[in-house]
Design a protein around this ligand. Structure first.
Ligand code: MV4
Length: 447
């Protein structure tokens, strides 16, 4: 097992990894930017190294500085967390070249699944259902029109290098298609330095269901069931839960088995997520894979009782998974609200600043993963998430009641948060009856 791990991240996930390492008897090296200097979680690491100014591009995204910190801090492995360099195949490759174990998939597997066109190809080859889509990349307006006519409008143009909704354009008819193609290619070129796009039939108001998988270096691939992440606003997830409400057990099992097949076929190892869209008839379609631990991973930890960060570390160290598929049971109902520092009165714009007062909920089945405290200043330089509030209860109804209770107990003064919006969602009859899809928030809360 590793003696010392460097955490190439910040905030709640850095703290989450420090905690897992402490329980495993592994020392940690934290890195921080000038904006994060003095944050309390840094004191919990065995060593903390400054890697540059507040701007991510000059600190948390700077590969050479992270590698230098590995050397100075005498780390043996690197945990990238989520965001920043977590899905950067070049970074994974550099870590390996410098003899630091990257806690994640190999650079090759990451590049393979990170390219959505190649991930779609693997899905096709393994018989995993995908959204009806173009046969590979689309390189001309004529080819785009031919595809759109064959499946019918509306269609969605997606950037192969994209993900999480970036570089997507809908076209409702032939006239929109030409402009949408130009915009998608342009945006993809600017954002990813890769203008490659493909087309899919547009699925109206789908649910977003993702399957958590873990794989060791010995060919064992296990799924940890699914999470529903349909409650999003502009591709920002607000509430996640497991199990996915109202999903037929046969569909759930088929989707999880499909995810395992895809992971096996791609040679992917460590923790990852296979994303699906589910339509109104409960057909499921593979859309993309995430080659990292995700923000919402604790939802899965609560229903399975498995520590995903520890599992990632074990797998990266070359150990076999300590559980088999038949051991992984989905028990009770877990729900997570991402508490963001944002102002609902001003289009949910980020609301950084000093937390003057903080009262946290607690009680039966409550977990709050966060690095913040009264006196902490939320920096405008990073993501506005200040914590993740989770509950675990026997049923969905009880989970909703518990989450509502917790959200009313939570008091944050000095900054505005997303909590009042989440409380409104939880009180909505359609949410309570499980009638959720990716269009929910736009339909009911944005006027
Ligand atoms: C789609 C779709 C409808 N049809 N693909 C958005 C993020 C990216 N992961 C995939 N996304 C979508 N792909 C087809 N063919 C609708 C979305 C989508 C969405 C997906 C998941 C969660 C929230 C969403 C919000 C809007 C659109």
């Amino acid at each position: 097992m590793f003696k010392r791990i460097l955490i190439a991240n910040r905030g709640e996930i850095a703290l989450r990894i420090i905690r897992a390492c402490k329980e495993m008897g592994i020392e940690t090296v934290a890195v921080f930017s000038e904006a994060d200097r003095g944050a309390a979680y840094l004191d919990l690491a065995d060593e903390a190294i400054c890697i540059g100014p507040a701007k991510s591009a000059d600190s948390y995204l700077k590969i050479d500085r992270i590698i230098s910190a590995c050397e100075v801090g005498r780390a043996e492995a690197v945990h990238p967390g989520y965001g920043f360099l977590a899905e950067n195949a070049h970074f994974a490759d550099v870590c390996r070249s410098c003899n630091y174990e990257f806690i994640g998939p190999t650079a090759e597997a990451m590049a393979l699944v990170g390219d959505k066109n190649s991930a779609r190809k693997i899905a096709q080859e393994t018989g995993v259902p995908r959204v009806p889509g173009s046969d590979g990349l689309v390189e001309s307006d004529a080819a785009a029109l031919k595809f759109a006519r064959s499946v019918g409008f509306p269609v969605l143009i997606k950037a192969s290098a994209g993900g999480g909704g970036r570089g997507m354009r809908v076209a409702k008819d032939a006239e929109q298609l030409k402009t949408a193609m130009q915009q998608a290619v342009q945006e993809a070129q600017t954002a990813f330095g890769n203008g490659a796009v493909y087309l899919e039939k547009f699925i109206e108001s789908p649910r977003h269901v993702e399957v958590q998988i873990v794989a060791d270096n010995h060919g064992n691939v296990v799924h940890l069931w699914e999470r529903d992440c349909s409650m999003q606003r502009r591709h920002q997830k607000l509430i996640e839960e497991s199990p996915a409400p109202d999903l037929k057990q046969s569909v759930r099992e088929a989707m999880c088995e499909a995810a395992v097949k895809l992971v096996k076929a791609s040679g992917y190892t460590n923790a990852g997520t296979v994303e699906f869209l589910v339509d109104k008839e409960q057909h499921f379609y593979f859309i993309e894979m995430n080659a990292r631990i995700q923000v919402e991973h604790p939802v899965t930890e609560l229903v399975t009782g498995i520590d995903l960060i520890k599992t990632q570390i074990l797998a990266a160290a070359g150990e076999k998974l300590p559980f088999r598929q038949a051991d992984v049971k989905q028990t009770g109902w877990a729900m997570e609200c991402r508490i963001n520092a944002e102002d609902p009165e001003h289009h949910f714009r980020p609301c950084p600043g000093k937390i003057e007062k903080l009262i946290l909920p607690g009680g039966f089945g409550v977990r709050f993963d966060s690095h913040v405290y009264a006196g902490y200043t939320v920096s405008p330089a990073y993501d506005s998430m200040v914590g993740k509030l989770l509950v675990h209860q026997p049923s969905r109804q009880e989970a909703i009641k518990s989450m509502r209770r917790c959200l009313t107990e939570l008091k944050v003064e000095g900054i505005k948060t997303s909590a009042p919006l989440q409380l409104k969602i939880l009180e909505h009859p359609d949410f309570q009856s499980g009638k959720i899809d990716t269009g929910f928030i736009e339909r009911f809360f944005v006027h």
